[in-house]
Design a protein. Structure first.
Length: 278
């Protein structure tokens, strides 16, 4: 605290509603809180008021202010949203691709949109972009080159992702097949179909996934153990079968898989739909 101090003398002229009117020697008049007057001071009392500058408190408040500014800068000013990262091509077929990316990082900005681009032309917005990290794009041309990238738009700016180069498969490339096996009532037929999938370099699962291309079964009814046949069990359509219908995934018989394996190419699925006679 500063040692320099000035003292001013005033006469209490009036006390009213918690305020005192003080009259100075040089005809100065000020309003002063009566609460701060010395005990017993009343109208006509002479009081001295000392004024001094508190440098210590000034420095403390100045340091407190700049600490707050630094905290605001660290929280809101040093981190920006990150450009999306198309990490990998999850699956590619003759007419579709399935893309995956890392979760988007917004820092303190707010999301406006996450859009997918094909050949540098906007296709659509990604639904639920803060939780969704994959998309399947269909309707592509056979054996054709494409580029894909994402564009993240936020209140903090626009951020394009890396560009992913993709070539769709030829008709003889069966590695993009990704089947989900439902209820196949013939155990031998099921095992042969699974073996054919492996030999084609394709993949299979017991559950519908985003890159599932075909749902394979001999009946829509569910079984207690999913893909394992229990033989002739009748009942309501299984959950995975219903998902396949909802996602417009073709429901085919195991003989379609065997036909692709035998002919070493993607054969038309129409004759092999569930209920059709191959």
């Amino acid at each position: 605290m500063s040692k320099s101090q000035e003292s001013f003398m005033f006469t209490v002229g009036k006390l009213d509603a918690g305020m005192a009117i003080l009259l100075g020697e040089r005809a100065h008049l000020i309003e002063f809180p009566s609460l701060l007057l010395p005990p017993g001071a009343t109208t006509g009392s002479i009081v001295n008021i000392s004024v001094l500058q508190n440098h210590t408190e000034e420095k403390r408040r100045d340091a407190e202010f700049w600490d707050l500014q630094s905290s605001i800068l660290d929280t809101y000013g040093t981190k920006a949203p990150e450009a999306p990262k198309l990490e990998q091509l999850r699956n590619v077929t003759q007419t579709s691709v399935t893309l995956e990316w890392a979760p988007i990082q917004l820092a303190t900005a707010k999301l406006r949109s996450l859009d997918i681009y094909r050949n540098r032309l906007r296709l659509a917005s990604i639904p639920s972009p803060q939780s969704n990290t994959s998309t399947k794009l269909s309707g592509l041309q056979l054996d054709t080159d494409y580029t894909f990238h994402l564009v993240l738009r936020t209140t903090g700016g626009t951020y394009p992702s890396n560009i992913l180069h993709v070539r769709t498969h030829t008709i003889s490339d069966t590695s993009g097949i990704s089947v989900c096996f439902g209820n196949v009532q013939d155990n031998l037929l099921l095992e042969n179909a699974k073996m054919a999938v492996r030999e084609m370099g394709a993949k299979w699962s017991d559950h519908i996934q985003i890159d599932t291309t075909h749902f394979v079964c001999t009946t829509p009814a569910a079984t207690p153990t999913g893909a394992e046949a229990t033989g002739g069990l009748a009942g309501a359509p299984g959950v995975e079968y219903q998902k396949a219908l909802q996602m417009s995934i073709p429901v085919v018989q195991p003989t379609w898989v065997l036909a692709c394996h035998t002919e070493k190419r993607m054969v038309p699925i129409h004759p092999y739909y569930l209920g059709a006679t191959p």
